[in-house]
Design a protein around this ligand. Structure first.
Ligand SMILES: [Fe+2]
Length: 172
């Protein structure tokens, strides 16, 4: 589902992964390089063909095998994830627009307390292992659509998403 006409395979660094798989620092470095390449040349992302919903973020599968899956996510204004962590490695890059990322610490009873807020601009790339803690929330607080690309270390035919646990926000 990647845009046609690409001269080189943008996913080449992620093929033929060794025994270390998708949950180690060496893999994260490869995934980071792929995402940096994507967000630097976003014309390879088929923006016009992506599924979108005016009220919620929408995932579009770009590539998937038995180890990892790559998604383009379209975020309309006002859309947000839950507060969550991941059962697998999680890497993302911002291809279009700016997204707010909020970070949390778990405080028990399924609740999480806000620790940091950052705005992720086009070109931003982050990679994290599931051993975290990596509790965060992404949301589009702007007026324009945002598009991000995510590489997750899970087989999309075996699991519905990368989310491990969802939390409620602790009020201050
Ligand atoms: Fe996440």
């Amino acid at each position: 589902m990647l845009a046609a006409g690409t001269s080189a395979d943008p996913l080449a660094p992620l093929r033929n992964l060794g025994e270390e798989g998708v949950n180690c620092e060496a893999y994260l470095r490869r995934a980071r390089a792929v995402l940096q390449d994507f967000v630097a040349r976003p014309e390879r992302i088929p923006f016009a063909d992506l599924k979108r919903d005016p009220k919620a973020y929408t995932r579009n599968l770009l590539f998937g095998d038995d180890r990892l899956s790559i998604w383009a996510i379209v975020w309309p204004p006002g859309s947000s994830t839950s507060i969550h962590d991941h059962h697998c490695s999680c890497c993302f890059g911002v291809a279009r627009g700016a997204l707010e990322e909020r970070w949390f610490d778990a405080i028990g009873d399924g609740r999480a307390a806000l620790t940091n807020i950052a705005v992720r601009e086009p070109g931003y790339v982050a990679c994290m292992l599931p051993s975290g803690p990596n509790i965060h929330q992404m949301r589009n607080r702007g007026d324009e659509e945002v598009v991000t690309v995510h590489i997750y270390g899970f087989d999309h035919t075996q699991k519905a998403s990368s989310i491990e646990t969802e939390y409620s926000e602790a009020l201050r």
